[in-house]
Design a protein around this ligand. Structure first.
Ligand code: CO8
Length: 259
């Protein structure tokens, strides 16, 4: 298993866990941590048995409080062009695995943007979401201006970014920024429900669905539907499709094999 300084990595059956582990600065992301995040993701991507990746924060207070502001202070315009945060988050968004961010504390700036790059966000009553970059004279530069807009709409995204206001987990869920909201005591149960529901599905169908949604989102409708058509055509040829439809007819649970 890969060992890193700021990221703790673990695997339980088909689920990989990435824990942002720099609690003394509320898991603020500096360059080393972003590089390690990429290493951890790349490692899990290569494990064929892993189907889900859960991203969470250590320390009980934060998912991540954003890019490391002490490092940010020293950034030059050329750093802005070359730093990897935006690129790493895109890699996470395009992962073949299903990604879930668990937000049980601050998810600010680059921390919120990391959560936005995941497929599903679960927030608790301790969650605090926000994009306070404008307070620092910068802007959400790790995909935030684009992903937030696509997820909650232009008006709401502009409000959050321009005011920098912090929203609770409950409000985040109401505006579609968080996918689920639950109390911290129910978190394990909620995570179990969601992961079990996904793990029961055909792995190849899950993977192609995720790719169809992501790749179809930023192209015109005709191209997007063509991606969808090709994806379902591929699934028509799988053993999992034969098994899924047969299981329904025989009134039994399907036993998918990713074939
Ligand atoms: N960077 C560095 N250190 C941090 C950060 C951060 N983002 N957030 C917290 N810390 C540190 C604090 O400095 C403090 O350290 P110390 O004990 O040495 O003083 C420690 O963590 C604990 O924090 P606080 O004492 O401030 O804890 P509070 O509970 O009082 O406050 C807050 C918690 C409200 C979260 C507060 O810490 C805060 O406002 N943090 C900054 C949040 C922020 O502005 N985030 C956005 C950063 S900018 C960004 O993310 C840009 C992304 C795009 C980059 C693209 C690059 C190409």
């Amino acid at each position: 298993m890969l060992t890193l300084d700021y990221i703790h990595l673990s695997i339980v059956e088909q689920i990989g866990y990435i824990t942002l582990n720099r609690p003394e600065v509320l898991n603020a992301l500096d360059e080393k941590m972003v590089n390690e995040l990429q290493e951890a993701f790349t490692y899990l991507e290569k494990q064929p048995t892993i189907r889900l990746i859960i991203v969470q924060g250590a320390g009980g207070k934060a998912f991540a409080a954003g890019a490391d502001i002490k490092a940010l202070e020293k950034r030059t315009p050329l750093d802005g062009l070359t730093l990897g945060m935006q690129h790493v988050y895109t890699q996470i968004e395009q992962s073949a695995k299903v990604t879930i961010a668990v937000i049980n504390g601050f998810a600010l700036g680059g921390g919120c943007e990391l959560a936005l790059a995941c497929d599903i966000r679960i927030a608790t009553e301790k969650a605090k979401f926000g994009l306070p970059e404008l307070n620092l004279g910068v802007l959400p530069g790790a995909g935030g201006t684009q992903r937030l807009t696509r997820i909650i709409g232009k008006g709401r995204a502009l409000d959050l970014i321009l005011t920098g206001r912090i929203v609770s987990g409950e409000e985040a869920q109401q505006m579609g920024l968080a996918t689920y909201y639950c109390t911290e005591t129910k978190l394990e149960q909620k995570m179990h429900e969601i992961t079990e529901a996904i793990l029961k599905k055909s792995p190849i169908a899950v993977q192609l669905t995720k790719q169809a949604v992501h790749h179809g989102f930023d192209v015109d409708m005709q191209t997007a539907q063509w991606i969808e058509k090709l994806s379902i055509s591929l699934l028509f040829g799988t053993e999992d499709k034969a098994e899924g439809t047969r299981a329904f007819i025989e009134k039994r649970p399907a036993n998918f094999t990713n074939q």
